[in-house]
Design a binder for this molecule. Sequence first.
Ligand code: 13P
Length: 253
Amino acid sequence: MRHPLVIGNWKLNGSKHMVNDFIVALRNKLSSVVGCDVVIAPPVAYLDMAKRHLDGSCIALGAQNVDTHFSGAFTGEVSAEMLKDIGVKYIIIGHSDRRTLHKESDDIIAEKFFVSKTVGLVPVLCIGESKTEKEVGQTEDVCVHQIDAILNRMGAKAFENTVIAYEPIWAIGTGKSATPAEAQAVHKFIRGYIAKHDESIAEQVIIQYGGSVNTINAAELFTQPDIDGFLVGSASLIVDSFVMIVKIASSSK
Ligand code: 13P
C-alpha cells in the first residue's frame, strides 16, 4: 500500500520571515491531518533554519539540489552528507529547471541519485517531456530514457523507497496541468516500465504528479490510481493552498 506524499518545491523563493511564518502556520493547520506524508523543500540557505522550526512535527525537509561529490575542492557545492547532517530527508533530482538551465545530463542526474541513496536520502527523480516531445508522441520514450539512466547506474533496486515525480515540462508554471487521464496514462506506463525490471518495487514506488497542481485540479488528479501525490511549485508558497492540497491527498481514494 503506497502512502501519499506531497512535496512543496519552493524553488528560488522565500526569506527568513517566510520560513518562520509559513512553518508556524503549516504545523498549526496540519496538526490533525494524517494519511499523507508532507515535505517542504525551501532554498538551501534556509534548510537548517527550517529544520529547527519543523522539529517535533511530522513534516519532513527536502532539498532542491545536491552535488555529485561527497567532499573536496568543489566551490559552491553542497554534498549529500551535509544535507543528511542537517536533517534533510528528501532530495529533488533531475528537475527540468536543472536539466535545462544548468545543463544537467542523465549521467549527472544518475550520479546525484547514487550519492543521495548512498547516504540515506530519499531521491525524488523528476522526469517528463517537453511540449514538442509531447506533440510528436515521444512522452513514453523520454520517460524511459530518463529512468534508464538510473537503472543502468544502479539497477531496479535503486527505486526501492524512492519517489518518481512525473512533471511534464509544458505543465510546469504554465497554469495548464495535464488532465487526470493524461497524467494517469503516463503514471501507469512508468509503473509498468519499472515492473518489467522488478514488480514489487514498481508496486511500492511513489509516483507523484507535478505541473500546475492547484486547489482546483488536485482532487480529480488524486482520484487516479497511479497518482500517489504531488510535487507542487507555486501553490506550495501559499500556506492555505498547500494545506488544501495536502488534505486532498490525505483523503482515501
Ligand atoms: P508549478 O506547480 O508552479 O507548476 O511547479 C511544478 C514544479 O516544477 C514542482 O517541482
